[in-house]
Write a protein that binds this ligand. Sequence first.
Ligand SMILES: Nc1nc2c(c(=O)[nH]1)N[C@H]1C(S)=C(S)[C@@H](COP(=O)(O)OP(=O)(O)OC[C@H]3O[C@@H](n4cnc5c(=O)[nH]c(N)nc54)[C@H](O)[C@@H]3O)O[C@H]1N2
Ligand SMILES: Nc1nc2c(c(=O)[nH]1)N[C@H]1C(S)=C(S)[C@@H](COP(=O)(O)OP(=O)(O)OC[C@H]3O[C@@H](n4cnc5c(=O)[nH]c(N)nc54)[C@H](O)[C@@H]3O)O[C@H]1N2
Ligand code: SF4
Ligand SMILES: [Mo]
Length: 718
Amino acid sequence: MGVLSQPPVPLGFTGTRHGVCNLCEAICGLELTLEDGEVTGIRGNPADPLSRGYICPKGVSLADVYADPDRLRRPVRRVQGPDGDTWVEMGWDEALDLVADRLAATISAQGGNAVGIYLGNPNAHSLGFGTHGAGFVRSLRTQNRFSASTVDQVPHQLVAWQLFGHQLMIPIPDLDRTQLFVVIGANPMASNGSLMTVPDFPQRVRDLKAREGRMVVIDPRRTETAKVADEHHFVRPGTDAPVLLAMLQVLLTEGLARPPAYVDGLDRLAELVAPFSPERAAAVSGVDAEVIRELARAVAGEEPAVVYGRMGVSTQGFGTLCQWAIHCLNLLSGHFDSPGGSMFTEPAVDTVGRRIAGPGRHDRWRSRVRDVPEFAGELPASVMAEEIREPGEGQVQAMVTVAGNPVLSTPDGRGLADAFDSLDFMVAVDFYLNETTRHADVVLPPTSALERDQYDLVFHGFAVRNTARWTPAVFARGDDQRHDWEIFGGLATRIADRLGEPLGDDAAAQLAAAPADLVELLLDTGGRTTAADLVEHPEGVDLGPLAPTMPARLQTADQRVDVVPALLVDDLERLRGWLDDAEATPRADDELVLIGRRHQRDCNSWLHNTTRLTKGRARHHLLMHPDDLAARGIADGGTVVVSSRVGSVEVAVAGADDMMRGVVSLPHGYGHQLPGVRLGHASTVEGVSINDLTDPDLLDAVSGNAALNGVPVTVAAV
Ligand SMILES: Nc1nc2c(c(=O)[nH]1)N[C@H]1C(S)=C(S)[C@@H](COP(=O)(O)OP(=O)(O)OC[C@H]3O[C@@H](n4cnc5c(=O)[nH]c(N)nc54)[C@H](O)[C@@H]3O)O[C@H]1N2
Ligand SMILES: Nc1nc2c(c(=O)[nH]1)N[C@H]1C(S)=C(S)[C@@H](COP(=O)(O)OP(=O)(O)OC[C@H]3O[C@@H](n4cnc5c(=O)[nH]c(N)nc54)[C@H](O)[C@@H]3O)O[C@H]1N2
Ligand code: SF4
Ligand SMILES: [Mo]
């Protein structure tokens, strides 16, 4: 055991302890007050060099999750009875043996691809998954790997790999020093930032304004972020690509491009963006041509500027082209890799340079039914249900879900739930019974955040400042509990044994080692700080503002950036075709498209069991422009039926002139439905699942990311 392994609080402890919030990408440092072993207070830690005392309303809910009587501590097995399902607790060895038996039997009889795995969002926030997850996934020997990445950020990864040579080599805005921050399809006032770890976004925006900087938001909804910006422009969902390409065109035709010496392909880029004029972009998007021109000029102006695009321009039909265009704008603006522009974080554990994560590959295999290519070892979550449903060789017959709720979070969730019911076997690694895990035969619950050590292997790498922080578990794990990494190790070892190919010594040692020991090694060999330093500074170690790193840190073979890689620019033909069609057939006045939204007090689908976050005004409504309501004779506050190709839902509607006309919005992560399962308050939270409307057929063609936004719908009064 090294220096990072530290004792948790003794039973009945009274005093304060450091903690960390792992609920979102802002990774806020916490200070916990404990009385008699109970958490009686959680506040932001002012000494934390990154989060500086900030905390959002969700931070305190870590204590609710820890204390929640509905949270599972021991494995449970589903037993079908005449009055519905009941859940029966079982011992850990018995549970791990049963799961390994069933998975290994499927692999032996049908091959690895007969097992599917879906990895949910909290894995990225768990050190135990970071150190032990890959070993577990490998043990399943399957190409049917799915994750929340393909309903989220896979276009970012694909573009980063193509431009900078590694899928996690994603530049982020140097927010604290920029003078122009252009936000496209992101709502950091609610989300607290994403692929930009930026705790205390509100204060950082106030600072931007205090230094006379400017923030511009492009979004189909006048969001919480738009409301604190200097300017907001509505954009029709899914039409950002022509807007961004038009900005590039302006930059290139007006001679404003200032490419770094290591960038190739500018002439070809100029040819490729030539068809995308600001006027054409304006006609389909609703963003004024003069706004496009002015923004392009300002981005390439003298003052540091950066364009940032997130979920809204990733989860749409041209997600990859959007992310590509955004990086091209940043690369050519003259502010790339310099203070206030688009920069790379240098984390103390460099997952990119040290190849802890692979750089990214594409199309090594394809999905069986729809023939869509793999990226970075994953197939789109949108094809998961058909891979389970469709008979034939390689059909998925057993499923593993880890920290995910795809029934609420992926397109056609209802269809997926039905598919889960047709499986031979399903296991979920999760500490809650929910819309997904209730279909499992066995649920293996890991410890929760306050019971385990944390180092953010992922999010320190995308932070607006270079910092490092080690946070030991506050509470000891009970003898009847297991950490996620213990579950992963336990299963991988057992599966290998049952397949008659026991793990080698190295792999076994790796899975047996505690995350603390692996992190200690990584820190001490990383050269930026040491494990001992982090123990001495539990508030976090400051490694300074972002610094230029280019071209030395480029991961491309020739250490140059090719701005026109074939895989990306080939998709321009699809966009040109789409644009021609859009121009030939003008939009009908009554057309409606659906987009999602986030609220500061929600956390995807899974914090609805804490009254602290769910009380207050309901926030599950369909938001719709008053004129769109009036045109259909719908009363504000009434119940409407929303229908798409995939399904329909009934939900209360609220008139909102924050919505662009022709666009309606529902939050995701709602629509709890748990008959036969006791789950505290969750079943009383109102609302429907937006993903009963989203369409698994709508993908970003290149990356396979789901086009969750811009889904055609109709809305009518019931
Ligand atoms: N409170 C809270 N915080 C969270 C989460 C949460 O559930 N709740 N989830 C976390 C996760 S997993 C993630 S990935 C991040 C996401 O972080 P963000 O990307 O900041 O999150 P969203 O609020 O979904 O922002 C997407 C924005 O895109 C807009 N949009 C939709 N379609 C389009 C379009 O076609 N074009 C443009 N330009 N905009 C469009 C939406 O109106 C919305 O404002 O948030 C994280 N933080
Ligand atoms: N229409 C629409 N759909 C969306 C989005 C959208 O904006 N619009 N956003 C998408 C995005 S960005 C994301 S990331 C996905 C999220 O989709 P998912 O990751 O599938 O769903 P979550 O709601 O985050 O569910 C997380 C689950 O993990 C469990 N959990 C929490 N902590 C841990 C842990 O430490 N270990 C384990 N084993 N389990 C844990 C929780 O109990 C919960 O069941 O949703 C996507 N779906
Ligand atoms: S912003 Fe809120 S949810 Fe995100 S890490 Fe900080 S306290 Fe947690
Ligand atoms: Mo996400």
